[in-house]
Design a protein around this ligand. Structure first.
Ligand SMILES: O=C(O)CCC(=O)C(=O)O
Ligand SMILES: [Fe+2]
Length: 516
C-alpha cells in the first residue's frame, strides 16, 4: 500500500537512500545500453565499410569467394548483432532482426560455403595462394582470406577426408596467424587442435618419429603459434585412437558420404577441366556434323529449322542451338525463383532421404500449363525430337549453388533387376530421353560431363543437349553416365525435360536387339 510520506519527516530518510540507490541502478542501466550502443555503432561502421557492392549484385555473386564472404558476413556478423540487441527488449528493430535471422545464412551455411571452395579447389586445381588473395583462375574478387578462413577451409578438407588439401590450408592459416596474430582465441585453439588431429590421423602407423617431431615437420609454425597463446595443453589428453573413433562416428551419424568418396566413384575432375575440342578424338570428330535440322520436314521446323550440333556419335548426343530465346530463358528463371527448394537425395545406403553433398542445387518443378513459355519450350523440343511428354509433362528448373554440382549418374532409374530398370508406379515408363536446356551462360565451370565418351558440354545459354537414356529395347544405356561439373564462376540455371517410354512407343519403336 502507498505510504503518505508527508505525514512523517523522519521516514523521509528512506527516500534519500532510495534516491541514491536508484540513481546508481539507473546509471548502470544507461551505461549498459551505451556500451551495447557503442558496440552496435562499431559493428555498423564495420559492416558499412565491408559491405558488398550494391550496384550490380549479380556480378558480385558470381565469384565463389564473394559468395563465401557474403555467407560468412551473415553467419557471423549479423547473428552477433542479434546478441547485442538482446539488451533492447520489445523493440521494433529486434523483431525485425529476429525475422531476418530466421532465414539468413547460419553457421552450417558457412561450413557448406567452405566445403564448396575446397570442392572447387580440388576439381579445378586452384592455387591456394591465389585463393587467399581473392583470385580464381584470373577472376579477381576483392575478398581476401584471413587466418580463420584458411582454418575453416582446412577443417572442411579434413572432414571430407581431402587430406592433401587440408595440410596446406592449415599451414596457410598458421602463417597468417603468425603474421597478423589476428584470430580469435577459440579459433587458434581449434586450429592447433586440428593440426594435431591431422598428424595423428595421417601418420598413425608410422613409428619413425615421435608425434611432436612430426608436428614440427608437417606444421613448422605449430609450436611458434602455440607460444603466442596461453596454452594449457588440454588437448594432449586425447589419443589418436579416440579422435579416430569420433571421426568415423561423426560420418556415420550424418549418414552422408564425404566428397572424397564421391570423387573416387566419379572422378570427372579432369573432364570438367578440359573442353570438348581437346578430348574429342579425330576419328570421331570427322563423323560429327553441324546442320540445320527439320526433323523429317516437320512443318514448324521447315519454317524455322533448328541449328543442330552433334557432340558424339555412339551414344548419339546432340546440341540444339538457340532453341530458347534470351527472353524466354529469363522468363523461366523468374518463374522458378520464388519456388526454388534445395534438392534432396538418398544417402549411400539408399534408406534415408535428405540434403546431400553430391548434388548441390535448388529446383522448381513445372507442368506445361504453368506458363505459356514452358509450354512453348515443351512443344519446340517435341517438334525436334518427335517425343511427346506424358499427360502431366514436367519440366524441372535448377539453379546451382556455391560450387554447385551433381555427381555422375544416370537419368533413367537403375535398379537391381537384370534390365537395370525400375518399376514405375505412375505407369509412365522409364526416362527414355533427356533434353537439358541451359538458361544461363557460365563463365567458368558448370559443364555437363559425359564420362564414357569423355566429353564435356559447356553451358551455352539458349541451347539444349539431347540424348536417349535407353536403347530401343528399353534397356538402360550405360554410356549415358553424366555429371554436372562444379560451377566455378557464375550462376548456372539449367532445365531438364525428361521423356518417358509410354506415349512414345511409335516414335521410338522397340527393338529386339537388347543392346542397340
Ligand atoms: O546441369 C547439368 O549439367 C546436368 C544436370 C543433370 O544431369 C540432371 O539434373 O539430371
Ligand atoms: Fe542427369
Amino acid at each position: 500500500t502507498k505510504y503518505d510520506w508527508f505525514s512523517s519527516v523522519s521516514v523521509m530518510e528512506d527516500l534519500v537512500s532510495m534516491d541514491h540507490n536508484f540513481l546508481s541502478t539507473f546509471g548502470f542501466y544507461i551505461e549498459g545500453r551505451q556500451n551495447a550502443l557503442n558496440q552496435l555503432k562499431t559493428m555498423k561502421a564495420l559492416l558499412e565499410k565491408t559491405a558488398s557492392p550494391i550496384n550490380e549484385p549479380e556480378k558480385y555473386i558470381i565469384h565463389p569467394l564473394n559468395q563465401y564472404s557474403l555467407v560468412k558476413r551473415f553467419a557471423l556478423k549479423w547473428s552477433k548483432i542479434e546478441e547485442l540487441l538482446e539488451v533492447f527488449r520489445n523493440e521494433n528493430i529486434r523483431s525485425q532482426l529476429n525475422q531476418m535471422v530466421a532465414y539468413i545464412p547460419d553457421k552450417s551455411d558457412l561450413v557448406g560455403a567452405a566445403e564448396a571452395i575446397v570442392r572447387l579447389q580440388k576439381s579445378y586445381n586452384l592455387d591456394i595462394n591465389e585463393l587467399v588473395n581473392g583470385n580464381v583462375k584470373g577472376f579477381t574478387s576483392g575478398t581476401f582470406l584471413k587466418s580463420e578462413d584458411c582454418f575453416r577451409m582446412g577443417k572442411a578438407a579434413f572432414e571430407n577426408r581431402l587430406f592433401d588439401l587440408c595440410e596446406p590450408w592449415l599451414n596457410k592459416s598458421l602463417e597468417l596467424y603468425v603474421k597478423t596474430q589476428k584470430i580469435k582465441r577459440d579459433n587458434i585453439t581449434s586450429l592447433l587442435d586440428l593440426c594435431k588431429q591431422y598428424v595423428s590421423l595421417k601418420h598413425m602407423n608410422s613409428r619413425k618419429w615421435s608425434s611432436l617431431s612430426r608436428l614440427n615437420v608437417i606444421f613448422p609454425l605449430y609450436f611458434f603459434s602455440r607460444g603466442f597463446i596461453v596454452y594449457k595443453g588440454e588437448l594432449d589428453s586425447e589419443s589418436a585412437e579416440s579422435l579416430q573413433e569420433n571421426n568415423s562416428k561423426d560420418s556415420q551419424e550424418n549418414n552422408t558420404m564425404s566428397l572424397d568418396d564421391y570423387e573416387k566413384i566419379t572422378d570427372h575432375s579432369n573432364l570438367c577441366l578440359g573442353n570438348f575440342t581437346i578430348v574429342c578424338p579425330n576419328d570421331v570428330k570427322k563423323q560429327l556434323k553441324c546442320y540445320y535440322f527439320t526433323n523429317k520436314q516437320h512443318p514448324r521446323l521447315l519454317l524455322s529449322p533448328i541449328k543442330l550440333e552433334e557432340l558424339w556419335n555412339f551414344p548419339h548426343i546432340v546440341r540444339f542451338h538457340d532453341i530458347v530465346s534470351d527472353k524466354e530463358a529469363n522468363a523461366i528463371i523468374e518463374l522458378a525463383k520464388p519456388q526454388l527448394e534445395r534438392v534432396e537425395g538418398s544417402d549411400i545406403s539408399g534408406d534415408n532421404v535428405g540434403t546431400v553433398k553430391y548434388r548441390v542445387s535448388s529446383t522448381a518443378w513445372f507442368y506445361d500449363d504453368a506458363s505459356y513459355v514452358v509450354k512453348k519450350l515443351s512443344q519446340r523440343v517435341s517438334d525436334a525430337t518427335g517425343l511427346t511428354g506424358y499427360s502431366e509433362a514436367l519440366q524441372v528448373v535448377a539453379n546451382y549453388g556455391m560450387g554447385g554440382h551433381y555427381i555422375a549418374h544416370y537419368d533413367h532409374a537403375v535398379a537391381n533387376d537384370s534390365d537395370g530398370r525400375e518399376e514405375h508406379p505412375q505407369d509412365q515408363g522409364a526416362r527414355i530421353a533427356t533434353a537439358l536446356f541451359y538458361l544461363s551462360d557460365v563463365p567458368e565451370g558448370g559443364s555437363t560431363a559425359f564420362l564414357q565418351p569423355r566429353i564435356a558440354a559447356e553451358p551455352i545459354k539458349g541451347s539444349a543437349v539431347f540424348w536417349f537414356n535407353l536403347f530401343p529395347s528399353g534397356k538402360g544405356d550405360s554410356r549415358t553416365l553424366h555429371a554436372a561439373c562444379p560451377v566455378l564462376i557464375g550462376n548456372k540455371w539449367a532445365s531438364n525435360k525428361w521423356f518417358r517410354e509410354f506415349g512414345n512407343e511409335f516414335v521410338r519403336r522397340c527393338d529386339l536387339d537388347r543392346n542397340s
